[in-house]
Design a protein around this ligand. Sequence first.
Ligand SMILES: [Zn+2]
Length: 301
Amino acid sequence: MEIALKVDVDTRRGLEEGVPRIARLLESEGITASFYIAMGPDNSGRAIVRLIKNPGFARKMIRTRAVTMYGVRTMLSGTLLPSRPIALAVPQVLRVLSHSGFEVGVHGYDHVRWQDEIDALGEAAIRAELDDAFEAFRAILREPAKAFAAPGWRTNATAMRLLDRMGLSYRSDTRGTTPYRCVVGAETLATPEIPTTLPTLDEVINRPGLGDTASIVRFYMARMRDDALNVHTVHAETEGMGQLEILAALIRALKERGAVFVRIAEVVARLDRETLPRCPVIRATLDGRAGWISAQGPPAD
Ligand SMILES: [Zn+2]
C-alpha cells in the first residue's frame, strides 16, 4: 500500500509552529511527505466574516474549536489587524523542509481570497495570484515550484488552463480516487492531477462514533486501499497544532500494515500521462465541509 501525506499550510502560525512539529514527527518515524504552502498574506481572519455569513461554517468552527486551534492572532489577521505574510516572513522553514528531503509545493498566494472568490476573480487576478505565489517560492528556494495544490480544493477552468501552461509536474487540486488528466471543455490538459482520496480530519473528527483517536484511526484504515495510491491531506493548523497525536497514531497504524510513504512527485515521475484516465472536474459537497469543492468526475472516455 502506498500513502502520500499531503500537508497543506494555510496560515503563518501553521507554517511557524505546525510545520516544524509535523516535520519532527515524520523524521522521528523515518517517513517522508509533501508540503504545500500558501505563499502570500495571511487573511485567515476573514474566516470570522465567513463565520457570521455562513451558518454551516459557524457550526464547523464551533465544533472544531477553531479559535483555540488557530489562535486569536490568526483569527484577526486580515480583518482587525493587518494580514501577515506567510512564507516570505519565515523562509527558513521552507528551506529546512526542502533540505530535509521533503517535497515543497505551492498552496496558492492569498488562500482566503482564492478559496472565497475564485469564480469572481477573473483571468487577470487568478494569473496574478499564481505569479505572486510562484515568484515567492522561487525567491525563497531558488528554484521553480513544480507542483500546485489549490486552496480549499477549489479550482475552475481558468485556473486549470493557466496552471497547465506553466508546465508543472502535477497539480493536486481536487478530491477523487485516482491520478487523472483533467478534461476542460473540449481540451484534455497535459498536467496530471493527483487528487486527495481520503476525508480530512476536520471533516470527520466529530462524527458519531469517532470521538477518540483509536476510532478515528480505524475509520481511516478501513478506507485505505491496498491496490491504489492513497493521498491523505493533513493541515499544519490541525494535525500540526492540537491533533498531532492522531496523526502519529495513524502513521503507526499505516506502518504496521506495511504502508510505503511516498512523496507525490515520486509517484508522478513513474506515471504514464498517456494512459491516465481523462476526467472532467466537477463540483461537489462533502460531509463535514462547508461549501463546494472540486472533484474528479467520471472518466470521459
Ligand atoms: Zn489550505
